[in-house]
Write a protein that binds this ligand. Structure first.
Ligand code: ATP
Length: 357
C-alpha cells in the first residue's frame, strides 16, 4: 500500500516536532527514516500509524485520506525497539494474539490460527521455539518474534521503530540482512526508523533524512550518499572533511591556500565551506621545505595511519591551520608511500561540494 503524508505539522507545547513534512513512500518499498535523536522520526511514524494526530496535514493510505481513520482500520503492523512480547504467553500465543482478538466473524478458527502462526514462525525461522516463553529467548529472537506477531494480522504497512536498537552490533547486522530478505519475500510497504547511517544505507530501498522536524533529503541510498543536497546531509552520512574559507574567483581561499575545487563555479566573494569525503582526497609526496605552486593543494603532514584490509585510513595535519584531515586510500598505494618514508604531502580534493555559509 502506498503511503503519503502532506504538510504535517506537530507541536508539543511550544516545541515544533514536525514542521511541514511532505513525503511519499512508494508501494512495496523498504524505507529508512534516518536522523539525529529528537528530529521527529518516531512522531512521524506514530502519525502514520494513527497513534498520534497531527495539528495540520494529511495522511493518505493508498491515495485515500486516512487522517481520521482509526488505528485499527489502517492495517498497520508495528515493531518497537523494546519488544513488548507478553511475558506470560508462549511464543506461539504471542504470535497468535492479534488473530485471537479479532472481532467475531473475522476471527479465524483454531486450525487456521495454528497454520498461520506456524507458517509465520517458519518464515522468521523460529518454529522450533513455539512453546518457549519470551524470557527464554535471546534479544534477536525476541525481535523476530515481535515481527512475526506484527505480520500475523496481514498488515498492509509495516512500521518498525528502531527495531534492532537494543541489540549488540553483530546481532543487529545479522537481523538487518534478515529483514531485507524477509521484505524481499513479502513486499509489504515498510518504514523503519533508525539513527544508524550504515543500517539505513545497507538495508533500505529508499532513505529519508530528517533534521529538526524537517525533511532534508529523500532518495536511493547511493544517490543520497553521493550527492547530498544540504550541508547537514553531507555531514550526517559518513565521514567528511570540512575546509572553511572564502570563495573567490572560482577558488576556495582556506587558511594560507587558494584551493582549486572541482566544480566550483562563479566568482562570488563569500564565506564558504568545502565538504570532501576522505576517499575523494588525493595525496602526493612533497620534499621537505618545498612549496607547491598556488592552488595546487594543501600542505599536510602524516600524523597517523591504520590499514585495515584493502583500505588505509590516514590522519594528516594541515601546515597552515593545524586542522586534521582524514584520507582513505587503497592499502597497496599507501604501502608504497610508507616504504619510501614520506611524511609531507600535497593534498587535493578530487571531488568536493562547496556550500556558501
Ligand atoms: P530518537 O531517535 O531519540 O527516538 P526521534 O527522532 O524519534 O528521536 P521523536 O521521538 O519523534 O524523535 O521526538 C521529537 C521531539 O518531540 C523530541 O524533542 C521529543 O522530546 C518531543 N516529543 C515527542 N513526543 C512528545 C510528547 N508526547 N510530549 C512532548 N514532547 C514530545
Amino acid at each position: 500500500m502506498s503511503i503519503e503524508v502532506r504538510h504535517i505539522h506537530k507541536q508539543f507545547g511550544s516545541f515544533t516536532a514536525l514542521d511541514d513534512v511532505s513525503l511519499a513512500f512508494p508501494d512495496g518499498r523498504l524505507t529508512a527514516l534516518l536522523g539525529p535523536s529528537g528530529c521527529g522520526k518516531t512522531t512521524l511514524l506514530r502519525i502514520i500509524a494513527g497513534l498520534e494526530h497531527p495539528d495540520q496535514g494529511q495522511v493518505l493510505l493508498e491515495g485515500q485520506d486516512a487522517s481520521h481513520t482509526h488505528v485499527r482500520q489502517r492495517h498497520v503492523g508495528f515493531v518497537f525497539q523494546h519488544y513488548a512480547l507478553f511475558k506470560h504467553m508462549t511464543v506461539f500465543e504471542n504470535v497468535a494474539f492479534g488473530l485471537r482478538v479479532k472481532p467475531r466473524g473475522q476471527r479465524p478458527d483454531e486450525r487456521r490460527i495454528r497454520e498461520k502462526v506456524m507458517g509465520l514462525l517458519e518464515l522468521v525461522q523460529l518454529d522450533w521455539l513455539a512453546d518457549r516463553r519470551p524470557a527464554a529467548l535471546s534479544g534477536g529472537q525476541r525481535q523476530r518474534i515481535a515481527l512475526a506477531r506484527a505480520l500475523a494480522v496481514e498488515p498492509r504497512v509495516l512500521l518498525l521503530d528502531e527495531p534492532f536498537g537494543a541489540l549488540d552490533a553483530k546481532v543487529r547486522k545479522e537481523l538487518r540482512r534478515w529483514l531485507r530478505r524477509l521484505h524481499d519475500e513479502l513486499h509489504v510497504s515498510s518504514i523503519f526508523v533508525t539513527h544508524d547511517q550504515e543500517e539505513a544505507l545497507e538495508v533500505a530501498d529508499e532513505v529519508v533524512i530528517m533534521n529538526k522536524g524537517r525533511v532534508e533529503q529523500q532518495g536511493a541510498p547511493q544517490a543520497v550518499y553521493d550527492t547530498p543536497e544540504t550541508a547537514f546531509v553531507y555531514g550526517f552520512l559518513g565521514h567528511v572533511n570540512l575546509f572553511h574559507g572564502r570563495v573567490r574567483d572560482g577558488r576556495l581561499v582556506t587558511g594560507a591556500t587558494a584551493l582549486d575545487v572541482p566544480g566550483l563555479e562563479g566568482t562570488a566573494d563569500a564565506p564558504g565551506t568545502a565538504y570532501v569525503r576522505p576517499h575523494d582526497i588525493q595525496i602526493e609526496p612533497l620534499p621537505t621545505a618545498a612549496q607547491p605552486p598556488a592552488g595546487q593543494g594543501l600542505l599536510v603532514n602524516l600524523q597517523r595511519a591504520h590499514a585495515f584490509g584493502p583500505l588505509a585510513q590516514l590522519e594528516l595535519r594541515r601546515e597552515d591551520t593545524q586542522e586534521i584531515i582524514e584520507v582513505v586510500m587503497p592499502s597497496l598505494e599507501f604501502d608504497r608511500i610508507r616504504a619510501q618514508g614520506h611524511q609531507r604531502f600535497i593534498a587535493r580534493p578530487r571531488q568536493a561540494r562547496v556550500f556558501l555559509n
